[in-house]
Design a protein around this ligand. Structure first.
Ligand SMILES: C=CC1=C(C)c2cc3[nH]c(cc4nc(cc5[nH]c(cc1n2)c(C)c5CCC(=O)O)C(CCC(=O)O)=C4C)c(C)c3C=C
Ligand SMILES: [Fe+2]
Ligand SMILES: [Fe+2]
Length: 344
């Protein structure tokens, strides 16, 4: 095409073009801790067939008859204990927004790149943000599910939702997805640095450090989900980096839901057992969570700490997630720059 040749006739509606979008997507969060907000959020979450794989004929009567009547109240109370009161939102949302702003700042050398964020469940939705990026002229979009380890219940459902949104578009942007980064050096280095620097702030040394990952049902692993192996690999690389063995750096799985068997060993049982066996000092981190959230702040820093002390333990430290720290941002930037190759 020559310069003289206009791309569109004068009568054509205005079109913005030529930019590249990066969309960070985390799990999601309720808009408030009240019953209605909690129920709306949990309903969207627990109706996702990537999350609950049981047949809807069996699951929906339980979901609508029992779970959505009782759980919103119980979980709402738990959210209240970890709510960011200043901004009236959950920390997951606060950190995801901050990660977006900081990443945009780090990518200033590419003025054609626009960074945005969305949530798989709740607001802002993936479809809304993909449309917003398109409206800003993004013809190519890099979708970044914020999970270092791949699970169908997390990574795949983000990708599904994004491609669903594309189904409704006449003129689709090109879409790339960021793969899991459980074994990437930037990630392992940032975790190791975070452990070392956090432990240096304590006036005691843990006998055991637990890496606690969110669990999935054992049956999902049996069907071929790579999640368990990717968690184990992250832990092995961390041990190599820190020079620790598997009795010093343990792997456990938390947040069981429902009656099925989940990946083992369970975090809550392990913490209890260590205390009962006479271990007095432990530290716990959650390498699978990009941001602190209900599952890390309430379940680990709150409940697990309480259980450790209750069973005879003396010192418990929760090592925060990488969140929007410099180390955490190095990890996100490294993945995005690598995956944007050929586009920037
Ligand atoms: C069968 C149910 C669930 C599977 C499988 C599951 C996998 C999974 N989840 C995360 C990360 C998070 N989960 C969070 C909360 C949460 N998870 C489930 C259920 C399953 N998760 C529920 C019902 C809830 C809501 C709280 C509750 O009712 O207990 C969160 C926290 C969100 C927040 O706003 O703070 C995160 C993050 C991963 C990584 C994962 C599989 C690998
Ligand atoms: Fe979960
Ligand atoms: Fe939980």
């Amino acid at each position: 095409m020559t310069d003289a040749e206009p791309l569109f006739p004068a009568s054509h509606p205005p079109v913005k073009r030529g930019r590249i979008g990066v969309l960070l997507v985390n799990l999601g969060t309720p808009d408030g801790t009240d019953y209605k907000s909690m129920r709306r959020y949990l309903k969207e979450f627990l109706m996702d067939r990537r999350v609950i794989e049981w047949s809807p004929f069996y699951w929906y009567p339980i979901l609508f008859g029992i779970v959505l009547n009782k759980r919103p109240q119980k979980v709402g109370k738990a959210y209240e204990t970890i709510w960011n009161k200043e901004l009236d939102e959950s920390y997951l949302r606060t950190y995801t927004r901050s990660q977006t702003e900081k990443l945009a700042e780090r990518l200033r050398d590419h003025p054609d790149v626009v960074v945005d964020w969305g949530m798989r469940y709740g607001n802002p939705s993936i479809a809304e943000r993909l449309n917003a990026l398109k409206d800003k002229g993004c013809e190519r979009i890099l979708l970044f599910p914020l999970y270092p380890q791949y699970a169908a219940a997390t990574t795949a459902t983000v990708n599904d939702k994004a491609f669903d949104a594309l189904k409704a578009m006449r003129w689709q942007p090109a879409l790339r997805t960021v793969p899991p980064y459980h074994d990437q050096p930037a990630y392992v280095d940032a975790l190791a640095n975070s452990i070392t620097s956090h432990l240096a702030t304590l006036d005691w040394e843990p006998e055991v450090v637990i890496t606690s990952f969110h669990g999935i049902p054992q049956s999902y692993f049996d069907k071929g989900d790579p999640y368990y192996c990717q968690c184990q690999k992250t832990a092995r690389l961390l041990r190599d980096k820190l020079g620790w063995d598997d009795s010093k750096l343990m792997v456990t799985f938390q947040s069981r839901f429902g009656p099925e068997e989940w990946l083992k060993p369970y975090t809550d049982k392990t913490v209890e057992k260590l205390a009962q066996d006479g271990v007095k000092r432990i530290a716990v981190l959650n390498p699978g969570f990009v941001s602190d959230c209900l599952e890390t702040l309430e379940e680990i820093a709150g409940e697990a700490a309480e259980s450790f002390h209750h069973n005879g333990g003396e010192k418990f430290a929760h090592i925060p997630c990488l969140n929007d720290s410099d180390g955490g941002m190095d990890v996100l930037e490294a993945q995005v720059r690598r995956e944007l190759m050929g586009w920037i």
